[in-house]
Design a protein. Structure first.
Length: 320
């Protein structure tokens, strides 16, 4: 193998590494490193990541820096437009809008994340069982999935909230009861797409040689499902998770806007829109900021989901 050399006092010393040595020292490529390299070149996805990080940090750190109480009433300063003292103005009760937005953002984002986890857990569990065992088990689970897909989500959510809101409030308290009901219901109506994706992947992967080898070695079924097949299904699940967060935030905002979400002393962004609906014509600033934050947050999440979809696409990784 040819290599560059440098002559010093009659001795020949290598100046550069051989091609074989360069290959050994080069950091090995992996699926996740290739996906990250492709994702970071996705401009809109990186913008979405930056906006999301800013919003999350703002709602986490903001209340410690902006120490005004979101519940403090000031009837002498109601429906005030944005000023130097009240950056986003005040609502119809004189409460500071910025303080309520920062506090409510924690609740809205928390509902989105926890509801997503519920949906992903149910989708992976049902899809994995249906795809791995097939037959009658697959048939019954897919009929249940189709049943949930055929239900009108919003009317069913409204009816269920009316039926179970008061018992859960009595059992868990006002705030925890509503939070538990919200994340459970939203998660229960968002797992179906995940289940279908996971099922399709399991139907394909369970025929592969590494699964047959594990069966021949007597590996338990649970280990085959969760240790051998499931890691190969994570790419579409990660994409579905980002989309599920956005859907959960929109659903919580819709229910809160209809007056079926959190009580007034828990100012989620959807609840703030509900409180502002009687003042839209004369004082639009009361609804503008929470509405814009819902739009920007969900749009950023969708951008991140698009970037992950492109980055984790096996065909694009092979082309890269």
């Amino acid at each position: 193998m040819a290599q560059s050399t440098l002559s010093l006092s009659g001795a020949s010393a290598p100046l550069v590494l051989t091609r074989e040595e360069e290959f050994v020292k080069r950091k090995p490529r992996t699926l996740w490193s290739d996906a990250w390299n492709k994702f970071r070149r996705h401009t809109t996805a990186m913008i979405g990541v930056g906006v999301l990080l800013f919003i999350v940090l703002a709602v986490i750190v903001g209340p410690f820096l902006y120490t005004r109480s979101p519940a403090k009433l000031d009837f002498g300063n109601t429906k005030s437009p944005p000023t130097a003292e009240n950056i986003f103005g005040t609502n119809h009760l004189g409460q500071d809008q910025l303080a309520r937005i920062l506090t409510g953002g924690r609740i809205s984002i928390a509902v989105g994340i926890v509801a997503m986890l519920v949906a992903i857990f149910l989708g992976i569990l049902i899809g994995a069982i249906a795809g791995f065992f097939g037959g009658a088990v697959d048939g019954w689970l897919m009929r249940i999935t189709e049943l949930f897909l055929s239900l009108p989500v919003l009317p069913v959510l409204i009816m269920t909230i009316y039926l179970f809101r008061e018992p859960l409030r009595a059992a868990f308290g006002l705030s925890l009861g509503v939070f538990f009901l919200m994340v459970l219901l939203i998660g229960l109506f968002n797992w179906m797409s995940v289940a279908r994706v996971v099922r399709a992947s399991f139907l394909s992967l369970k025929q592969k040689e590494f699964v047959e080898a594990a069966n021949c070695l007597g590996v338990p079924t649970r280990s085959i499902i969760f240790r051998h097949i499931l890691p190969n299904v994570l790419s579409p699940v990660i994409v579905a998770a980002t989309i599920a967060v956005g859907e959960a935030i929109v659903t919580e905002s819709t229910l809160s806007f209809l007056g079926l979400g959190f009580p007034p002393d828990f100012p989620t962004w959807g609840r703030m829109l509900f409180d502002a609906q009687d003042y839209l014509s004369q004082h639009p600033h009361i609804a503008l900021v929470p509405g814009a934050l819902i739009f920007i947050t969900v749009l950023s999440i969708n951008y991140v989901g698009d970037g992950l979809r492109d980055a984790l696409d096996p065909r694009s990784l092979l082309r890269g």
